[in-house]
Design a protein around this ligand. Structure first.
Ligand code: OAD
Length: 234
């Protein structure tokens, strides 16, 4: 692999697993107690807003009990020290990347610490419980909902992500199962535009065969090792 200049990193729930936040799929996963269509669709929100709001209240409360791990810290170091272009695209709705210090960061699936107004579309910081019917600070409607991209909704900032993928010469996917599109397709898009592609994961993801290289192991080991290597190679 020649020395990269423009890097796009995609992260998923596996990055935060060693901080103590459950992943979505697999044993002990978040969806075990809930069917995904009960909590993560616009239809579920309309049918049972109390259940959906409560589910995300619990996820938000869990943030108080966890800390960024060595993998978040390594990516924050990359952000601070990498002189080229970098975009960290996370599917995670936790705030561990920013608490570790990452800045060149984009939450494509929304954020637990944000509320979205279903009436006017404004997004506002929200750190506490969010009951159905809370008032939007922008328009005053009683229409705040969790700022989470539900199944069937368009992820945030796809234009910016696609532009970064088109310019990338290295795409690195970390701790994601490759089960959810469009994120699962980023590897093919990056490769199409000529980027080298690397997967760091505990086990092979659904799209593992699309990557030039896969390294298997825990994120807290693999990510610091990779960041150290990329910063010393440059
Ligand atoms: P998943 O739960 O689908 O996958 C987690 C991945 O992390 C799996 O491939 C695991 O092998 C891997 N993993 C687990 N522990 C790890 C560790 N310590 N180190 C490295 N890898 C580890 O989570 P996502 O792929 O992030 O969307 O799920 C994608 C989306 O599905 C989520 O963003 C969420 C969900 O629907 C929304 O909430 C909108």
């Amino acid at each position: 692999m020649t020395t990269p200049r423009n890097i796009v990193v995609l992260t998923g729930a596996g990055l935060s697993a060693e901080s103590g936040l459950a992943t979505f799929r697999g044993p002990g996963g978040l969806w075990e107690g809930h069917r995904v269509e009960d909590v993560c669709t616009p239809e579920a929100l309309a049918a049972d807003p109390a259940l959906v709001h409560r589910f995300y209240d619990l996820r938000r409360a869990a943030l108080e009990t966890v800390e960024p791990n060595a993998a978040h810290q390594a990516l924050a170091r990359l952000d601070a020290e990498w002189p080229g272009e970098l975009l960290i695209v996370t599917q995670n709705v936790d705030d561990l990347h920013e608490r570790a210090g990452a800045r060149r960061l984009l939450h494509m699936h929304g954020e637990l610490r944000s509320a979205l107004c279903a009436a006017c579309g404004a997004r506002s910081p929200h750190g506490t419980e969010l009951p159905p019917g809370a008032v939007c600070p922008a328009c005053g409607a009683r229409a705040l909902r969790p700022d989470i991209v539900f199944f069937g909704e368009m992820p945030y900032e796809m234009d910016r992500i696609e532009a970064a993928l088109a310019e990338a010469d290295l795409f690195v996917s970390i701790g994601t199962s490759g089960a959810v599109y469009p994120a699962a397709g980023f590897v093919q898009m990056a490769a199409h535009f000529g980027a080298a592609t690397l997967e760091l994961n505990l086990e092979r993801s659904a799209g593992s065969h699309w990557f030039d290289e896969t390294r298997l192991g825990p994120a807290t080991r693999l990510v610091p090792e990779w960041v150290e290597a990329v910063l010393t190679q440059r």
